[in-house]
Write a protein that binds this ligand. Structure first.
Ligand SMILES: [Zn+2]
Ligand SMILES: [Zn+2]
Length: 296
């Protein structure tokens, strides 16, 4: 456990300010491997194992059975259990959430890699309180950049064919090309982001109705946004735009595997709660379109 600002070791210290740089910290900022970290009473030293999903003791406040002191997580010290090294007591950090330390470029591609090939790791490494804004920012980069590269040729090709008056392009032509490009870009990226968020909302509701959730809506939303990583494949020159179906399927499979890990559920239930919202909305949309065109 190290200070997020300066890297100073925080083991055996009481939460508050880092003694090296003064940055505030609490145990809730970290994720410990359940059962590998002990939290000790500051009065008598009696140790309590951190056993919940984040490796913290449950309940958070209680009376010490050694000395009778009222204990609270914010007034305890943490140490790795005997024979456990500092590093193995901590859950591997989520690269994108720690992008300032990892470096943004590396953190982005590490997270894309997990989204493509290891969604379980993606979920288990998320911090205790994952940032929705951070997840959204990742999704915007993963969707916007490749979409713009994929959409660009569609506008660059007619660009060269436009009749030019003299050698200078008319302002109006410029505006229509750039405007059309931006409009398509923003619309397609917004559609993907909105669809992912709404779909995740329904996934969470379905989970609640079919036996309960293990994590809050924030986790489901963040996970669904991080599972948009496969969309970077649309940045592949020329063929990327035709891969949309593959990247979409890949992204759904990632989200199913991540949901299994996140809410500790079986493959069948995870597949149902992830696929039912998009399939359902398509069916309803199709039925409505049919009703409008053909009539009841
Ligand atoms: Zn520090
Ligand atoms: Zn005590």
């Amino acid at each position: 456990m190290r200070c997020k600002s300066c890297g100073y070791r925080l083991w055996n210290a009481v939460p508050g300010g880092c003694s090296e740089c003064g940055a505030p910290w609490r145990f809730e900022d970290f994720r410990f491997v359940p059962g590998l970290v002990q939290f000790c009473c500051t009065t008598c030293g009696r140790a309590y194992m951190g056993t919940d999903a984040d490796g913290l003791p449950l309940p958070r406040s209680f009376v010490c059975s050694g000395c009778g002191t009222e204990l609270d997580l914010s007034r305890m010290r943490a140490l790795p259990a005997p024979d456990i090294t500092d590093d193995s007591a901590m859950v591997v950090e989520h690269a994108w959430s720690e992008r300032k330390r990892f470096g943004r470029w590396r953190a982005f591609w590490t997270t894309v890699g997990q989204s493509l090939g290891n969604p379980r790791r993606l979920v288990t490494s998320l911090p205790q309180r994952p940032s929705l804004l951070g997840a959204l920012w990742f999704a915007v980069l993963a969707v916007f950049i490749p979409t713009s590269i994929a959409v660009a040729p569609v506008f660059i090709v007619p660009f060269g064919m436009m009749p030019l008056r003299g050698s200078v392009m008319q302002t109006q032509q410029w505006l229509s090309v750039v405007g059309g490009f931006l409009l398509i870009l923003v619309l397609s990226a917004l559609t993907i982001l909105l669809a992912a968020a709404i779909s995740a909302l329904f996934t969470h509701l379905l989970l609640r109705w079919t036996g309960g959730v293990k994590r809050s809506l924030r986790w489901t939303l963040c996970t669904s946004l991080y599972c948009l990583g496969p969309f970077v494949c649309s940045a592949l020159p020329c063929c990327g735009v035709y891969l949309v179906l593959v990247t979409m399927t890949w992204s759904y499979i990632s989200f199913i595997i991540a949901t299994m890990e996140l809410h500790k559920t079986g493959a069948l239930r995870a597949t149902f709660v992830v696929l039912a919202p998009p399939i359902g909305s398509n069916l309803i949309g199709g039925a409505l379109a049919y009703w409008f065109i053909v009539g009841p």
